[in-house]
Write a protein that binds this ligand. Sequence first.
Ligand code: ADP
Length: 577
Amino acid sequence: MKNAVLRGFMLITVICLAIVSILFCVIFANFNLNQTELHLMDTLHVIDYSLEYDGDIDAQTAELDGILDSSARLTVIKRDGRVVADSDASNDIEEDNHLTRPEVEEALETGQGTNIRYSTTMRTELIYAASLSDNGEYILRLSEPYKGRLYFARALIPAISLSCVLIFALSLLLSRRFANSITGPLTAICERLSKIKSYNASLNLPHCKYDEINSITDAINTLSKRIEKTIGDIHYEKKKTAYILDNMQEGLILLDNKGNVMTINKTAMEVIGCKSREYGKNILYYTQNLQITNAIDAAFETGIEQSFDLTDANGRIFSININKVNSSAFENAVDGAIVFMHDVTGDRESENMRQEFFSNASHELKTPITSIQGYAELLTSGIKYSEDQREEFLQRIKTEAGNMTGLINDILTISRLENGKNADSESPVSISLLIRDIFQSVTPMAKEKNVSLFTDCGNICVKADYKKMYQLFNNLIVNAVKYNKPNGSVTVSATGGDVFTLKVSDTGIGIPPESQSRVFERFYRVDKGRSKKTAGTGLGLAIVKHVVNYYKGSIKLESKLDVGTDITVTLPVEIIK
Ligand code: ADP
């Protein structure tokens, strides 16, 4: 730009110099011509003054020729146009009438006249000046060679050339300065712009003395502030997205059409067992798990969603879904795939538990049903049984049906507790009354075994669901009686300090150490042979555990074989005083 400005200025300077030079030459040539004419006129006036028209004009003219310039020629013309004398002695006096000469015509009209024309006699251009004599009888004419306007102009060429060179040099210097003052701020702006490395700095370009450049500077400053804000917003959004992605429970991997990782979050890295995150690298750089890589290939090839379960190093089960992404929905997007990982550990565990529960429940139900079926077949087989035998079969059917009812009731209780129903049916529950009711129901069994029942609970009242509390107390007390020894005892104590605590102690057969951690599992019974002696479903303590979990309490089991068992339950329920 600077050179263009400079070239422009220099062109203007050259044009100006050329015009000025030509004008100067023309003016000077004209001035010179005027001066020559004036000089000739003055000389004519002097000659007119010195001439004695009564005397020999021809002799006087010859005399004057010696004084005049050698190239000058004096002609004395009579008013009627006849030439009376001519200084140029070499020429004969011209005979033709001179009245038609333009300078003579003009002199007769105005008193003096001039003309420039080519002289065939002299074979050169001549300047003629004619003047009417003082007495009005003669016309004095003086002529001399005239070399033309250009002749004088040529004399000026060295001076004009020198001036032009000086002016050109000066103009070049000043133009350069001027061009610098225009392009300087623009160059400074360009330099500042080219030095910008990051997008987070606003430019704040300084002002200069030109308003037009200042408006550019202002526009750039405003634009840079806007860009800075936009970039800031984009960074914020990016951080937000990264924050969300990294704090998601689900794993997410975004792949481009070549299988290179565009985005991967923390959970996904944990699942595939990768530690460093480097975007743009192929998925094989992150994992060599064939299940994942093959499924990605299959998703790319077929375009069909690929789903499977994957267990990570921490034992968590993730359901993996791989979908090919169609980029047509987004501008500038490429085809790729999304790998989504959803933690299904809980779901799969409960699925397994449910399956286990159903197989256990059906197994437990099968035993009484088979017994009932057997006894019913005996009764209907047509064989004659004694009355006592028939009575015994019916009694067994009744007992097995009772066992089935107990099992089904326990299953229903567990299922209700798991579904979390009846959560809002809390009311004040008197612990002493509750224990008394349960003691009444277990008294026949206790009497059968000669087990004594003791209670130590004062007058405690808690805010809880009666049914749940009944299930809890009943199962613990029934077990304490059921697994007791003849002449044994059961002691139920309850305290209500900061939290409610229930302790059921018995002097029974005890639980072997290896079974103590498992008795709360569903359908778990310590040694089937031993348990067979006493009816049970294996669900009693599981129900207890459910109720304790429901109230976010804790449970402690202390037991010694053949000595007895203490089960302590702590419940953070509200104690009503
Ligand atoms: P069950 O219906 O068989 O009693 P539970 O879940 O109530 O099922 O108990 C699981 C197992 O724990 C029982 O089979 C029994 O062997 C043992 N058990 C429970 N309570 C006691 C106890 N107080 N004394 C000895 N063994 C017990």
